[in-house]
Design a protein around this ligand. Sequence first.
Ligand code: PRP
Length: 226
Amino acid sequence: MYNHPSPTFLDRGVLTCYSLPVRSGTFLIPVPAPWRNMRSSLAIPPLTPDLIQVLIDADSIRRRVDDLARQISRDYADSPQPVILVGVLKGSFIFLADICRRLDIPHVVDFIALSSYGLAGSEQSGNVRMLMDTRENMEGRDVLIVEDILDSGHTLDYLIRNFTARKPRSVKTAVLLDKPDRHVIPVKVDYLGFGIPDVWVVGYGLDYAEKYRTLPYIAEMRPVTA
Ligand SMILES: O=P(O)(O)OC[C@H]1O[C@H](OP(=O)(O)OP(=O)(O)O)[C@H](O)[C@@H]1O
């Protein structure tokens, strides 16, 4: 079983420290000056006029990611080799980073980058093209695709077919958000965070024209008028 140490911030009056549990006790590591204002930089960014409402707050995301990590750890407990987690760039980078740090099974992290031809506004065309492939050899391995959102289904359908051809032991999917009203192709989701309505969402990795990816919550965007 993997036991990751969990450092926490301690405020010692004049000195802010990082507390790192170790076998023989606890290390206190002083935090350099620019990080002392950590608390204010962790403040929740306010909604901008582009954003209508927070759909899923940071705490609910954290709790759901905890649940999914527990489920995944249980299901892959007997995996003969470390599970390959494949993050689909760019949108999944925060979900992947959070979920992999909560797993207590051996795993490795890999990435793939795709693009879609003929993108018109927010519509996926179905012509998925690979921009950057994974590095791990998937033959005989358990592969878990980690995606931020399932919309039309074209991306996951492409990935499942592409990875299955590499003769893995298994291919499964972990998806943070699903928009069931938008499906064009049926895709099996093995681990789902939240179902959401057909609205454009941003935050926690998801963007609109590269904006808002690093918001700690999922927010609904105001529809963009031309
Ligand atoms: O189910 P689908 O209709 O295929 O849509 C889902 C995909 O679309 C988004 O990626 P996008 O192409 O916007 O790239 P990004 O992750 O870099 O933002 C999202 O991150 C999924 O990968």
